[in-house]
Design a protein around this ligand. Structure first.
Ligand SMILES: Nc1ncnc2c1ncn2[C@@H]1O[C@H](COP(=O)(O)OP(=O)(O)OP(=O)(O)O)[C@@H](O)[C@H]1O
Length: 299
């Protein structure tokens, strides 16, 4: 049982924002939707939420079309944040909880628990506009999860948060997952997706160019990463046989290489010539995969 997006297309006039997209998000999983600006992530979310109708295709939850009359099913953190600036934090959350069909007696302890968890209990009676952007975002997150949705859609949940708050939010998201919530989120920060998601999909101009289990995608990437730190020069390695990509880093170079034999040959070549502090073979990162598949879209 899962969220299924089947052959979904969305056109705005002549423009195609989402193009024959097929995805399955298993129940209880955390799924990362990636793509350059304008790739179609938010449009996909809006269709899952029923805010936009697909031009073609269907979206199902647990094998049935999603029943939007059941307000408790979905939680949504929109990219364009949507709180009422003049309302006090607690009033605002209470109002949103009531809209989702919760009882006041159930909402208040839940609000308390979340404010405490996010270290913002003192702000309960402040107007939203008095809070910093990051704290407003935490309130928006609480608004999305207060009613304990089964399916949670988070559009860029970590943008604008400092590292401490990113960790707080990550832990909260992981707890929700542990309790069985199915989570789909978008992010431009590959390391967050890499840390949290088992499955990812990379969109390019509305089409899925990569989709599947992250482990599998890394394995099938077919290249390895060699990180060398030390006192160069490493420039000549750009032309070394088997080196597919050469990139300078703060402390040395990061190379994409064809196979382990290339690493061995490089080690033999630089031994005794340059002072090496680190020589490490790594698996490709999600960023490597993203740049290869979507890079051209940025050009
Ligand atoms: N209501 C609309 N009318 C016309 N075109 C739209 C509308 N909404 C989105 N689009 C277009 O659809 C495409 C996909 O936009 P979308 O907002 O889904 O991208 P995104 O992947 O969420 O981008 P970002 O990372 O910048 O948030 C873009 O070309 C956008 O201009």
């Amino acid at each position: 049982m899962s969220l299924e997006i089947i052959e979904v297309t969305k056109r705005f006039g002549q423009a195609t924002a989402v193009d024959h997209l097929t995805l399955t998000v298993p129940e209880g999983e955390m799924f990362g939707l990636l793509g350059a600006n304008g790739a179609g992530k938010t449009t996909t979310f809006r269709m899952i939420l029923g805010l936009l109708l697909p031009t073609e295709g269907v979206i199902r939850w647990q094998g049935e079309p999603i029943d939007y009359s059941k307000g408790h099913l979905i939680g949504y953190l929109p990219e364009e944040r949507g709180l009422y600036p003049k309302l006090k934090v607690q009033e605002q959350l209470l109002y949103l909880g009531r809209l989702r069909g919760m009882k006041k007696t159930d909402i208040l302890p839940e609000i308390d628990r979340w404010l405490e968890r996010f270290h913002i209990r003192d702000y309960a009676n402040k107007r939203v506009e008095e809070l910093s952007k990051g704290n407003q975002q935490k309130i928006q997150f609480i608004a999305a999860v207060l009613h304990r949705p089964k399916l949670l859609i988070l559009d860029e949940p970590f943008s604008g948060l400092d590292p401490v708050n990113v960790e707080l939010l990550k832990e909260a998201v992981l707890d929700l997952k542990r309790n069985g919530t199915t989570i789909v989120f978008s992010s431009h920060r590959m390391e967050h997706v890499e840390e949290l998601c088992e499955h990812v999909c990379i969109l390019r101009r509305g089409r899925a160019v990569v989709a599947g289990a992250l482990r599998e995608l890394k394995r099938s990437f077919g290249k390895q990463i060699l990180v060398i730190q030390g006192d160069g020069p490493f420039e000549e390695l750009a032309r070394f046989p088997g080196v597919l990509q050469w990139k300078r880093t703060a402390e040395g170079v990061r190379l994409q290489i064809a196979n382990e034999e290339t690493a061995q040959a490089i080690l033999g070549h630089i031994a005794g010539k340059v002072a090496v502090r680190l020589f490490a073979l790594e698996e490709p990162s999600l960023n490597d995969i993203f740049i290869e598949k979507v890079g051209a879209a940025y050009e």
